[in-house]
Design a binder for this molecule. Structure first.
Ligand code: SF4
Length: 384
């Protein structure tokens, strides 16, 4: 019997939340470093860079599925959903996943692509250039291409190479700086220095590629909480990245940092410590037009976002309003927020009496601060 070749392509596991509707093109697998103490994402995976040929094959399948799906876009821009999805009936389950992914991407505009995985720019620039050019040629509706890069890797790429990448169609680089403090970077075994972060950031910005960096309030523990914020503000001020995205620290039990917490060498920050770090960060960033983005559930006050130069006061007032609440109400908000019941402190007024009683009982049952912090961390560790 002749074996029928499946038409599928690789889909990796990770993308930033801002790329939720993007097409995912996997050019690498895993991470070249794999040793950050808070991260266990790719622990069991060895880094792998896929060949340009195999990536092109994936792009070919994507382009074929895009053409198939586009036959069912109506003149007014809407979709004949039933007809577009009827095609699924003739496919294997793996093909269905790939086709549906393309269909969904097109319905969302078919404009954005994210190159996976954890450190794609570790691949030789020439290879990425070839992939970018082919991708743009085969899927001409693309308007934006983004990827992740580790700061240490990014610091070794020249402005000229970034310019070539920009010209070939790379629009934005996301990089998990996590902290601008050298002591914190060492503590979490990030394998990068703040100087390398600054070199990487300035080179990227100079080339015209957008830069989105990530900050982790709480990742330095109680000991370095203040330094974590102030030093990150220093690094951000030296670069003026387009975005700084806040990822309040969650310590997962699968990560090495959890072992440090258990053996007492790492003291977990409270929700308030982490929020204070965000406040300090906002206060100390100077001369930047950076947009602070809070696009993850793990941030206590997710509404605190805006341009650091224009919205500084507004963001600080939101944080101050929270700190002005009595401690009991702050704790009510923390539990309600971590239970997914509320988004802002004002939402507390909407809670049912039953919920208020249950939350009050939980507050009464935990008097020890360290236990409270651990419980909040455990509630948050449901988020990825
Ligand atoms: S560089 Fe990123 S993906 Fe790699 S181990 Fe560190 S946090 Fe995880």
């Amino acid at each position: 019997m002749t074996e029928v070749m499946q038409k599928t392509y690789r889909i990796g596991p990770i993308r930033p939340p801002s790329e939720a509707n993007s097409l995912l093109l996997q050019i690498t697998e895993g991470c070249t470093w794999n040793r950050c103490k808070f991260c266990s994402l790719y622990r069991r995976k060895k880094f792998k860079a896929f060949s340009v040929e195999s990536i092109k094959k994936d792009i070919d399948v994507m382009a074929e599925y895009a053409e198939l799906a586009q036959n069912h876009q109506l003149k007014d821009g809407t979709w004949d959903r039933r007809a577009a999805l009827q095609i699924l009936e003739k496919m294997t389950s793996e093909e269905q996943e790939c086709y549906y992914f393309i269909y969904r991407w097109l319905v969302h505009g078919g404009e954005n692509v994210f190159l996976q995985d954890g450190n794609s720019l570790a691949v030789k620039t020439e290879r990425i250039l070839e992939v970018l050019r082919y991708l743009r040629e085969k899927l001409p509706s693309i308007r934006r291409i983004t990827t992740y890069g580790r700061a240490e890797t990014l610091s070794k790429i020249s402005v000229e190479q970034y310019r070539q990448l920009k010209e070939a169609g790379l629009d934005r680089i996301h990089s998990g700086f996590e902290s601008g403090s050298d002591r914190v970077l060492e503590l979490i075994n990030k394998g990068v220095t703040s100087e390398q972060e600054i070199t990487a950031g300035r080179n990227i910005k100079e080339s015209g590629i957008e830069l989105s960096v990530y900050f982790m309030p709480g990742v330095g523990g109680k000991e370095y909480s203040r330094e974590n914020a102030i030093e990150t503000a220093r690094v951000v001020s030296a670069i003026n990245p387009d975005y700084i995205r806040i990822r309040s620290t969650i310590i997962y039990k699968s990560a090495d940092l959890w072992d440090d917490y258990l053996n007492g060498s790492f003291q977990m920050c409270s929700e308030n410590d982490k929020l204070m770090e965000i406040k300090l960060l906002i206060e100390n960033i100077k001369g930047c037009t950076t947009v602070l983005v809070s696009d993850h559930m793990n941030n206590l006050l997710q509404n605190v976002q805006g341009r650091v130069d224009l919205d500084r006061q507004k963001m600080l007032s939101m944080i101050d309003e929270y700190f002005a609440m009595p401690e009991y109400k702050q704790k009510m908000f923390q539990i309600a927020r971590r239970s997914g019941l509320v988004t802002t402190p004002a939402d507390l007024d909407l809670l049912s009496r039953d919920w208020v009683e249950r939350i009050s009982a939980a507050i009464e049952s935990i008097k020890d601060e360290a236990v409270w912090n651990r419980e909040m961390n455990n509630m948050m560790s449901r988020y990825t």
